[in-house]
Design a protein around this ligand. Structure first.
Ligand code: 5GP
Length: 196
C-alpha cells in the first residue's frame, strides 16, 4: 500500500536490534484518520468474508484492530492479554509468545467467554516478524474450535521468517507493507511491491 510505504519512509526510524519505530502514527501517537485508510484497505483485501470477531494482542495491535472493526460492520475486538505468570485459571485459553522487541516470553490469554467455536476470526496486528505473536493467536483460536478467517498485518518484515511460515500453513495473510530490507546505518528502507 503506497501511502503506508511513504508514511514509513517519512516518519519511521530504525532502532538498534532491527526494530522499526513508527511511534508517530501507529505505536505511541495514533493517527486515526490514517488508520482509517488502513482499516478500509483490510476490508478490501478480506472482502466477502463474514467476520464475527477481530483478535489482536495487547498493546500495540488494539488501535488498528479497533478502527478496522468499523469497516467489517463492527464485530467485537478481543485482545489477548499478556501475563508473566503461567499459573492461570481454567476459564481462559492460553498460549505462549516470545516477544521480538522485548526478548522475553509472555503467556497470552483470552477468556473462554469471548471466543466460540462458531466464530470466524480476523487476526489483526501491527507487525509481523518471526511470527510468534500470530502463531500464538492462531493457537488460541484453535483451542476455542473457532475459524481463522484471515490475518491482516500493517507492516511485515519480509526478510524474517513469519510471513513464509504462516503462508505455508495455508492461511490467508495480507500485509499492507512488506519490508524487503532496512539498513540502520543509512536509514534506507526497501519494500516488496505487493499492491494489487
Ligand atoms: P513476531 O512475534 O512476529 O516476531 O513479532 C511481532 C510482534 O513484535 C508485534 O506484535 C510487534 O509488536 C513486535 N515487533 C516485531 N518487530 C517489530 C518492529 O520492527 N517494530 C515494532 N515497533 N514492533 C515490532
Amino acid at each position: 500500500m503506497r501511502e503506508l510505504e511513504e508514511r514509513i519512509i517519512k516518519d519511521g526510524s530504525i532502532n538498534p536490534g532491527n526494530v522499526l519505530k513508527v511511534d508517530s502514527f501507529l505505536n505511541h501517537q495514533i493517527d486515526i484518520r490514517f488508520l482509517e485508510t488502513l482499516g478500509e484497505e483490510f476490508k478490501r483485501r478480506f472482502d466477502g468474508k463474514n467476520i464475527t470477531k477481530i483478535l489482536t494482542i495487547e498493546a500495540s495491535g488494539i488501535g488498528v484492530a479497533s478502527i478496522t472493526s468499523k469497516y467489517f460492520d463492527y464485530p467485537p475486538v478481543v485482545f489477548a492479554k499478556k501475563s508473566k505468570t503461567s499459573n492461570i485459571s481454567n476459564d481462559v485459553y492460553k498460549s505462549s509468545v516470545h516477544s521480538y522487541t522485548h526478548n522475553e516470553t509472555n503467556h497470552i490469554i483470552v477468556s473462554k467467554q469471548y471466543l466460540h467455536k462458531d466464530d470466524y476470526v480476523l487476526i489483526i496486528d501491527d507487525f509481523l516478524a518471526n511470527g510468534c505473536a500470530v502463531l500464538g493467536l492462531i493457537d488460541l483460536i484453535k483451542q476455542a474450535g473457532a475459524h481463522v478467517a484471515g490475518i491482516g498485518i500493517v507492516i511485515e518484515k519480509g526478510y524474517q521468517e513469519g510471513g513464509q511460515l504462516i503462508r505455508e500453513q495455508g492461511y490467508h495473510l495480507e500485509s499492507l507493507a512488506i519490508i524487503k530490507s532496512m539498513d540502520g546505518d543509512t536509514g534506507n528502507i526497501q519494500f516488496v511491491n505487493n499492491d494489487e
